[in-house]
Design a protein around this ligand. Sequence first.
Ligand code: SF4
Length: 205
Amino acid sequence: MVALSVESGTRLAANQLEQILQEEWRAEHRADHPHIDLYRPRARHWARMLAQALDIQALRGSLPVEETFQWRDTAGVSRTLKLQLIAQLRDSTGDRIVLALQTKGPNRTALNWSDLNDYQRLPFVLLHERHGDVQPLVFTGGDGQIRQFRWKRGKAADGVSEQASNARRTFERLVAGAFDGKVDDWTCDRCPCRTLCPWWMGATS
Ligand code: SF4
């Protein structure tokens, strides 16, 4: 949807948007999920709001970037890290526009470093550490706004490199079978990663 909007240089018409939604989320997709009647209308509503919120003029001349993000583990095997982004684009100046999704945002026009948790800003941090050219944006489904994400004030580069180093350390420990997460029933039962969590799957020590 973002790629087509940028390529065409116009806001998508309702029928175009509907066609994309039908193709991306076919009626049979997860049709037997008990909460599909909650998720599907929400996803559709947010997609429509995103289409409205995209600043087509500002993105004119941008190109979609289709890249997987990989790290090599200590044995030399490439591992893909899913960044769970809405879109990555290259703008006309060569900067990398990175658009992420959150449910809610603050009552301000921009998000500060401290408005996001470590894991929420990790995609921005990893891409910026690798490429040094990231302009982060956040779409918040709750209010349909796109806001700029501001890098840490003061020693911005230190914040990025410290968080990226921590992530790298966690990655290496995880690959070696050690899980450093804080496990407790209260937190984990509310965690969206619970069913995939390596600790709960018994895959790590
Ligand atoms: S389920 Fe796993 S990833 Fe989620 S909070 Fe618990 S330990 Fe962390």
